[in-house]
Design a binder for this molecule. Structure first.
Ligand code: G
Ligand code: G
Ligand code: MN
Ligand code: NA
Length: 251
């Protein structure tokens, strides 16, 4: 498949289907947010981001980001009206951060959705190809000054450096799922997850751990002082129409 065939799907009404995965606050047992995860639909087939994102050119990637932001803010606003005030997180590819028109587009999307900016989180990659650290810091500061939250995503994944945590002020640190696999058996994984917890807390950031697949892992993470967890142990990513029934069953 090529960029062009994925672009065609992105441009169709029902071609892009955002899925949403709940995020659990461990201390209260409440769902405090959802992460939007893109899927393409071609007939009955669902295409995952790992398959199509690497083929998108920058115009298509920009279209994806805009559509995901619009869907996610609308979904969060609809849930709010239904009595569930949740945060919604959207993944931001590195070049979106540096695009000149991103900030005005973000402002327009927030205005159109009527969602409180504090309910939106943008997830950026710590190993994102930052052209210039200073420019990244400026762009992130401008987004945060709107009230929108910034999360550093996939922290601790291959090639990614914890140094970013020192260089960039963020509202949230999301630990990569590869570090959770060994819990609770591997003591070294526990030590790593706990150490990043201390680091995140010392900087006043919320600490979210991804990829928890078992209840045992949830217990271990609670002991380590992790704020929030996302993973199959709580729920798999689901289409928008499944969210409300799922939330009603949870609480
Ligand atoms: O569930 P999952 O297969 O959705 O996601 C795989 C990868 O694709 C993750 O690294 C995730 O961050 C990324 N991803 C999912 N949705 C989006 C999106 O809308 N935009 C970008 N840039 N990345 C996404
Ligand atoms: O944006 P990010 O790279 O963090 O994307 C999260 C990815 O992790 C998505 O592909 C999502 O489907 C996947 N995911 C979420 N929870 C779990 C889990 O418990 N186990 C596994 N293996 N993958 C998960
Ligand atoms: Mn993410
Ligand atoms: Na992640």
């Amino acid at each position: 498949e090529t960029n062009l065939s994925y672009l065609t799907l992105l441009q169709q009404d029902e071609g892009l289907i955002p899925y949403y995965q709940p995020i659990l606050h461990l201390a209260t047992g409440r769902i405090i947010g959802i992460e939007a995860l893109a899927r393409l639909r071609q007939g009955t087939e669902i295409i995952l981001p790992g398959t199509f994102i690497p083929h998108l050119d920058s115009t298509s990637a920009h279209l994806l980001t805009g559509k995901m932001l619009r869907s996610a803010t609308q979904t969060a606003q609809q849930l709010h009206l239904a009595g569930y005030t949740l945060e919604v997180a959207v993944n931001l590819p590195p070049d979106a951060l540096f695009a000149d028109n991103f900030l005005p587009e973000l402002q327009a999307i927030l205005t159109d959705s009527a969602l409180a900016p504090e309910q939106l989180t943008l997830e950026i990659l710590e190993n994102g190809d930052f052209l210039s650290l200073q420019l990244a810091q400026e762009k992130i500061a401008a987004i945060r000054s709107l009230g929108v939250r910034i999360a550093l995503d996939d922290v601790g994944s291959a090639y990614a450096s914890l140094l970013r945590l020192k260089e960039i002020a963020v509202d949230e640190v999301k630990l990569d799922q590869c570090l959770v696999r060994g819990i609770p058996e591997q003591p070294s994984d526990l030590i790593f997850v706990g150490s990043v917890a201390a680091l995140a807390m010392s900087m006043g950031s919320r600490y979210v751990v991804e990829g928890a697949e078992t209840l045992e892992t949830l217990d271990a993470l609670a002991v380590l002082g992790v704020d929030c967890v996302q993973g199959y142990a709580i729920a798999r990513p689901m289409p928008e129409e499944s969210l409300l029934p799922w939330l009603q069953a949870w609480t």
